[in-house]
Design a protein around this ligand. Structure first.
Ligand code: HMG
Ligand code: MG
Length: 292
């Protein structure tokens, strides 16, 4: 059997990155960034979040951004939704995929969603129903899969429990994305995490969402590839963070991920030169040279 050398990359910079800027980035700039990323040929770009503008004012313009971007065939334009109101707004904006998000840590869930993990799952019921009625695919994020900013270390078993709640909510019809929110994991922790989660989800269907605070994200990618993971999130120019995770810095930079994968003969279908152009736009928007 020939091993697949295809790796699927979801670009999350416009959402995970721009949610974390201290200033409000104009919608026109966000649209320019998404359109530049669109030229790179990602299978999926996470554009924005339909969350409460009281909680994340940086993304209050989600509908305007979704209306302004160019939709390229072959790219799914996905969004985050925490509740029924979110999915109604997302459907009105013609989102291509709905991502719900919870955590393996009760404290983080409370700070991020003002809910217990169980309450967050209950709130997702109408989101799942609406996404299904619209024939849209679902992603389920689990945050704090290795460490929580409030509770410290999180066990793989805690992660497995949240994963099972998401699977049970959706009869298993959901992509599971493991969020290493703090960017502190080492490869051994990632391997232990994957061993637990693959009890319930085939390893080749698990998505790994790495932040890179300690500069170890690429070593974690290498180990995850050895374990059989074939889907990763990354962010152009290493944009990223979470307003409710103090200490978390940027996501794994897409440019670095692509360089690593292509050098090791993994195929992605993503054009690194186009990503570098998008990263230049990201750096202009943020006024930083933040990664890559
Ligand atoms: P709440 O305050 O308990 O909710 O927040 P509420 O129902 O009382 O609503 C508060 C106000 O927000 C009300 O407005 C609602 O109408 C409005 P008011 O009546 O006061 O004027 N509202 C909304 N408006 C627009 N769209 C909506 C919406 N929902 C309520 N969807 C809530 C609960 C879930 C809404 C809030 O906690 C929230 O929005 N949280 C989102 C936090 C967030 O976006 N965090 C970052 C994303 S997660 C992340 O980055 C991690 C990840 O990258 C993976 C990883 O790295 O680990 C994914
Ligand atoms: Mg994140």
């Amino acid at each position: 059997m020939i091993e697949s050398r295809l790796v699927r990359i979801t670009e999350v910079g416009p959402r995970d990155g721009l949610q974390n800027e201290s200033g409000i980035v104009p919608a026109t700039e966000k649209i320019a960034l998404v359109d530049a990323l669109g030229k790179a040929g990602f299978p999926e770009i996470e554009v924005t979040s339909f969350v409460s503008p009281r909680w994340v004012p940086q993304l209050a313009d989600a509908a305007e951004v979704m209306a302004g971007i160019e939709r390229r065939p072959g790219t799914v334009y996905s969004v985050l939704c925490p509740n029924e109101k979110g999915v109604e707004r997302a459907l009105a904006a013609d989102a291509g995929k709905i991502s719900i998000f919870t955590a393996a840590s009760e404290s983080f869930c409370q700070r991020n969603l003002n809910a217990t993990i169980e309450e967050s799952i209950e709130r997702f019921r109408p989101v799942v129903d609406a996404a299904r009625a619209a024939s849209l695919p679902l992603r389920g994020y689990v945050s704090c899969v290795v460490e929580c900013p409030y509770e410290g270390l999180i066990t793989p078993e805690q992660v497995g429990e949240t994963v099972r709640r998401l699977l049970s909510l959706t009869d298993g019809d959901i992509e599971i994305a493991l969020g290493e929110t703090l960017g502190v994991a080492d490869p051994d922790q990632i391997e232990q995490l994957l061993e637990e989660v693959e009890i319930d989800v085939p390893i080749s269907e698990i998505d790994l969402h790495l932040h890179d605070t300690r500069g170890r994200a690429l070593s974690c990618v290498a180990r995850a590839l050895e374990c059989g993971v074939r889907a990763f999130d990354s962010s152009c120019a290493g944009l990223g963070g979470c307003p409710y995770a103090p200490g978390a810095s940027g996501n794994l930079a897409t440019e670095a991920l692509l360089e690593f994968l292509h050098a090791n003969e993994w195929a992605t279908g993503v054009d690194r030169a186009a990503v570098l152009e998008a990263a230049a736009i990201a750096n202009r928007i943020t006024g930083r040279d933040s990664g890559g």
